[in-house]
Design a protein around this ligand. Structure first.
Ligand SMILES: [Cu+2]
Length: 151
């Protein structure tokens, strides 16, 4: 029994990690459309890698978005992967790169948590998956959204 309790406590921690990858501070909030939501989290890989895929059972599709300059205008577009330099924390959602949940099956409710499976690929093509749950934040706390989530 004692072992079972220890394991439960580990999984309740705010961080989720696999062998080489740590994900922390995952949260989600609705964009201007009811069928999409923005996800933010911090991810650190011990080895050089790239973030290649994210899936969630609550969304029909999950996209990684990057910001690009187009004639002086910042635009966002879906990117195939996001580079993760070795040992460097990459923050998604604070500015620039972010993750979008699209085609939500149901509107997200504040306080719920959204399960995400994040796939990272290392330079030797080996892959590692990290399961995290993103806490859904209320819309009123989205002061820093910049209103660029009008898809
Ligand atoms: Cu976006």
């Amino acid at each position: 029994m004692r072992y079972a309790i220890v394991i439960v406590m580990l999984f309740c921690a705010a961080q989720a990690w696999a062998e080489n990858v740590v994900v922390s501070d995952a949260s989600a909030r609705h964009g201007t459309g009811q069928e999409s939501a923005a996800v933010r989290f911090s991810i650190t890989s011990k080895k050089e890698a790239r973030l290649v895929a994210i899936v969630s059972p609550v969304a029909g599709a999950v996209e990684i978005h990057g910001m690009t300059h187009d004639n002086g205008v910042m635009k966002m577009r879906a990117i195939a992967f996001l580079p993760l330099p070795a040992g460097k924390m990459v923050k998604l959602g604070a500015s620039g790169n972010h993750v979008m949940l699209l085609n939500l099956k149901n509107p997200l409710k504040a306080g719920e948590s959204v399960p995400l499976t994040i796939t990272v690929e290392f330079s030797d093509k080996r892959k590692e998956k990290v399961n995290v749950s993103a806490e859904v934040k209320p819309l009123t706390a989205s002061r820093d959204e910049h209103g660029h989530h009008t898809h």
